[in-house]
Write a protein that binds this ligand. Structure first.
Ligand code: FE2
Ligand code: FE2
Length: 699
C-alpha cells in the first residue's frame, strides 16, 4: 500500500471499519459528497479497529473514523511516539477540541431490568447475572460495567457478567450483541442487560421491549463516541491546507449522513421524512389541540401524558419541531417511565439540544428542546426527480441522473443518494408518450390461461396433424422465450424514471410468460414429446437476444419480429384444426398487437426527434441478414407443419390449398412489415427491400 504522504491523485484517504455491509454505501456517499466539492477522497476499510489504528500510525491513511477505544489507542500510542492525535472539530461546539458529529456526543448507556425481575436498585444486582454486548463495546460493556464498579459492584466478583461477544474488533459498532443481551434478559437468563440509550428506544419501537416488560434501572454518565482522528504533520494531496475544513463541512452539513454509529440504531436514527407533512396535515386529530399548543410568549408545548416515545410520542415531538424555526425551543412534558432517556437519545440523533427538568414531587418531568437545523440542512440540497416544467407537474426528464436511482418520479431526493448502474438514461432512447396508455390496455386485457382456453374441449386429430401442431407449438415456445428475454434484459438497464416504459416491458414479459405456458400446454395436451428445435432458428433468435441497443432491439423484435408473428398467429387461429390451438393463437395475437404498437410508438417518436437514426435501423436489418446468410432460418419441420395444418389432410386438393394459404401467409407477413416500415418513414422501395431481408425464421 502506498503511503498517502508519498502523494498521488487522491487528496486524502480515510480509514474506517466495516462493521456492516452498508459501510461501503456510507463512504461511497462521502466520496460523492467530497467530489462535488473538488476533493479527491478515497477510503480503506478494515475488519477491526486495531489494524486501523496501526495503519493510521504507519501513515497508510490520513484520517481515521475511530471508535472511542480506537481513539484512545491512537492517542496513547501517538503520545509515546512523540506525536499528537487530534479529533477534528466541528465548531461551533463548546467542546471543539473533540470533533464530534452531534449525534456522537453525550451518549449514555442504560441498564435494563425486567419489571418482574425483582431488581430495584443497583445493589440488588449483587450475585446476579448482567448481560453485556461485545467485550470491546464501550457502550454495551465497558462503560456500564464501569458504572456498576463506581457503585461498588465489581464485575465477576460481585456479579456475573454474561458477554454477547458479537464481532469483536468492531468495538460494539454492531448492534447484534446488544440485541442478544436484551433477548437473554427477556428470556430470564440474565437479570439485567446493558445497552446504548438510543437502542432502548429502537428496541421499543420495533417491539422487542415494552414498558410492560422492562424498565431502566440506571443510566451511566454521558460520553462521546466516534470521531475523525488525524495525526499531526500529515500532508494531504498537493499540500492543501488539509481536510479539516472539508471534514468540518461534512460534520456540519452531513449530520444525517449515515456515517455515525448512531445511524446503525435503525429506527431511532430514521431521518425526518417529508411524508410526515402531508400525513399530519390530513390527520388533524393527532392530539393537535389538546397536546400541542403554543404558549404565549413561550415555547411550543407538547404534552405526551403517559404516551411513550416508542408508542408514537416521537411523532408529536417531531411535528412540533417542524413547526418552529431552527434554534427555537419547544417544551415536551410527559410521565412515561423512560421518557427522559428516550427523548434525550432521540434529540441527540435528530440533532436537537436537550435539557431535562424533573417536576418536583411528581413522576413527571419536562424537556426543553432547542431545535437544530439538521433536517432543513439535510434537505437543502435535495432536488425533485422531475424534468423541466411547472411545479408539481409530472414531467419526464430528458436525462435523469443515475443518482435519482429508484425514487418515484416527482419525489424529492436527498442529495448524495447512491448511483445506480442504469444504462438506458436518455429519454429519446426508450420513451414513448403512448407507453402509459399501452400499459393500461395491457393491464385491462390480461387473461387467465386456466379459464380463457377450452382445455377440455373434446377433439382428436390424426397422429400427423397432431404432430404438426406440436411442432408449431415447439417453435412458438422457442420464439416466445426470446421475446420474454429481450424486454426483461432491458428492464434491468432502464432508468426507473421512465416508469411507464418499465411497466410496459414488465407486462410484455408477463404476456410472453403466459404465451410460453399456453403453447406448452397445447403441445403436451395429447402427447408427451415436443417437436424439434434447429440451429438456424436458434442462431436467428440469438442475434435478437444479444442486440445491445434498446431501440434497435425494439425495432428488430417488436416491429419486424412480433409484427411478422401477428400474421402467423392469426393464420394459426384461422386454420387450427382444434379449438384449443385456435384460442391460444388468438389470445397471443391480441397481446402481440400491443407489443408491436409499443415498438412502433417508441420508434416513431425516436425518429421524429432523430431522423438520422433511420439509416441505423436499416443497417441493423442488413447486418442481421448478413449474419444469418448461411443459416436455413425457418426450419423445414415448421414450414411443413404449417402446410399440413393449413391443408388439414393429405388429400391432393387439400395440400394444394394449404400451400396456397401458406404462400398467402408469407405475402401477408411481407405486406405487414412493409406497411410498418413505411409508417416509420422508410420510402416504399427501401421498405420492400428491408422487408425482404427479414429473417426467414419470422421472429
Ligand atoms: Fe408472445
Ligand atoms: Fe411479444
Amino acid at each position: 500500500m502506498t503511503s498517502p504522504s508519498q502523494g498521488n491523485a487522491t487528496d486524502f484517504i480515510l480509514g474506517a471499519v466495516a462493521y456492516d455491509q452498508k459501510v461501503v454505501a456510507i463512504w461511497d456517499g462521502f466520496q460523492q459528497y467530497f467530489r462535488t466539492r473538488g476533493w479527491l477522497f478515497d477510503y480503506v476499510l478494515f475488519s477491526n479497529y486495531e489494524h486501523q489504528v496501526e495503519a493510521h500510525l504507519r501513515g497508510y491513511v490520513h484520517v481515521a473514523w475511530n471508535s472511542p477505544l480506537a481513539w484512545l489507542q491512537t492517542e496513547r500510542i501517538a503520545g509515546r511516539l512523540g506525536r499528537r492525535a487530534q479529533a477534528i472539530s466541528a465548531p461551533p461546539h463548546p467542546r471543539a477540541r473533540w470533533c464530534m458529529r452531534d449525534s456522537n456526543r453525550d451518549l449514555r448507556s442504560v441498564i435494563l431490568v425486567r419489571l418482574d425481575g425483582g431488581i430495584d436498585t443497583i445493589a440488588s444486582l449483587r450475585g446476579k447475572i448482567v448481560a453485556v454486548g461485545a467485550r470491546d463495546s464501550p457502550q454495551a460493556t465497558l462503560i456500564p460495567l464501569n458504572h456498576l464498579a463506581d457503585h461498588g459492584l465489581m464485575p465477576d466478583r460481585d456479579f456475573q457478567v454474561r458477554a454477547f461477544d458479537r464481532l469483536v474488533g468492531k468495538h460494539g459498532d454492531h448492534i447484534g450483541g446488544e440485541r442478544d443481551a436484551v433477548r437473554a434478559l427477556l428470556r430470564g437468563e440474565t437479570d439485567a442487560a446493558c445497552i446504548l440509550d438510543a437502542n432502548h428506544l429502537a428496541f421499543a419501537r420495533e417491539g422487542s421491549i415494552s414498558p410492560a416488560s422492562t424498565r431502566i434501572l440506571a443510566q451511566t454518565g454521558t460520553y462521546d463516541h466516534c470521531n475523525f482522528t488525524v495525526l499531526d504533520g500529515v500532508q494531504i494531496g498537493a499540500g492543501r491546507p488539509f481536510l479539516r475544513a472539508a471534514i468540518r463541512d461534512v460534520v456540519r452539513r452531513c449530520r444525517s449522513a449515515p456515517a455515525s454509529r448512531s445511524r446503525r440504531v435503525e429506527g431511532v436514527g430514521a431521518r425526518p421524512s417529508d411524508w410526515l407533512h402531508p400525513a399530519l396535515r390530513g390527520r388533524r386529530s393527532i392530539r393537535r389541540n389538546r397536546h400541542v399548543r403554543h404558549q404565549h410568549r413561550d415555547a411550543m408545548q407538547v404534552d405526551l401524558g403517559s404516551l411513550t416515545l416508542a408508542e408514537g410520542g416521537y411523532l408529536l415531538v417531531k411535528r412540533a419541531v417542524r413547526r418552529v424555526a431552527p434554534g427555537e425551543a419547544i417544551v415536551v412534558a410527559g410521565e412515561a417511565d423512560d421518557l427522559e432517556v428516550d427523548l434525550r437519545a432521540w434529540c441527540r440523533v435528530e440533532g436537537h439540544r436537550f435539557d431535562w427538568q424533573p417536576v418536583a414531587g411528581t413522576a413527571r418531568g419536562q424537556a426543553r428542546i432547542l431545535t437544530g437545523a439538521a433536517e432543513s440542512e439535510r434537505w437543502a440540497d435535495a432536488r425533485r426527480a422531475t424534468g423541466e416544467g411547472e411545479a408539481g407537474e409530472d414531467t419526464v426528464a430528458e436525462h435523469p441522473p443515475r443518482s435519482w436511482g429508484l425514487a418515484a418520479r416527482g419525489a424529492t431526493i436527498e442529495a448524495g443518494t447512491p448511483e445506480f448502474d442504469f444504462h438506458l438514461t436518455d429519454k429519446i432512447e426508450v420513451w414513448s408518450d403512448d407507453a402509459a396508455h399501452i400499459y393500461q390496455q395491457a393491464v385491462a386485457a390480461q387473461w387467465d390461461p386456466e379459464t380463457a382456453i377450452p382445455w377440455n374441449a373434446p377433439f382428436e386429430l390424426g397422429a400427423d396433424l397432431e404432430g404438426a401442431i406440436v411442432q408449431v407449438m415447439t417453435y412458438l415456445i422457442e420464439n416466445e422465450t426470446a421475446a420474454l428475454i429481450v424486454p426483461s434484459r432491458f428492464i434491468a438497464q432502464l432508468h426507473p424514471h421512465f416508469r411507464e416504459v418499465m411497466q410496459v416491458l414488465a407486462i410484455q414479459a408477463a404476456d410472453e410468460a403466459r404465451h410460453i405456458e399456453v403453447f406448452t400446454r397445447r403441445a403436451r395436451l395429447k402427447r408427451n414429446e415436443l417437436g424439434r428445435s434447429t440451429i438456424g432458428g436458434q442462431v436467428s433468435l440469438k442475434t435478437l437476444v444479444e442486440e445491445p441497443e434498446f431501440s434497435i432491439a425494439s425495432f428488430l423484435l417488436s416491429v419486424l419480429g412480433e409484427g411478422t408473428f401477428l400474421s402467423l398467429l392469426w393464420f394459426i387461429e384461422r386454420y387450427a384444426p382444434d379449438p384449443v390451438t385456435a384460442t391460444v393463437a388468438r389470445l397471443a395475437a391480441q397481446d402481440e398487437a400491443r407489443h408491436v404498437a409499443f415498438g412502433l410508438a417508441h420508434l416513431s417518436q425516436h425518429l421524429r426527434r432523430e431522423p438520422g437514426f433511420r439509416p441505423r435501423l436499416a443497417d441493423a436489418v442488413r447486418r442481421r441478414h448478413d449474419a444469418l446468410r448461411h443459416t436455413a432460418g425457418l426450419n423445414d419441420e415448421v414450414f411443413d407443419a404449417l402446410l399440413l395444418m393449413a391443408a388439414g389432410s393429405w388429400e391432393h386438393d387439400a395440400l394444394r390449398q394449404g400451400s396456397r394459404r401458406l404462400r398467402q401467409l408469407i405475402q401477408d407477413m411481407d405486406d405487414g412489415r412493409r406497411k410498418r416500415l413505411v409508417r416509420l418513414g422508410f420510402p416504399e422501395a427501401e421498405a420492400a427491400a428491408l422487408s425482404a431481408l427479414h429473417t426467414r425464421n419470422f421472429m
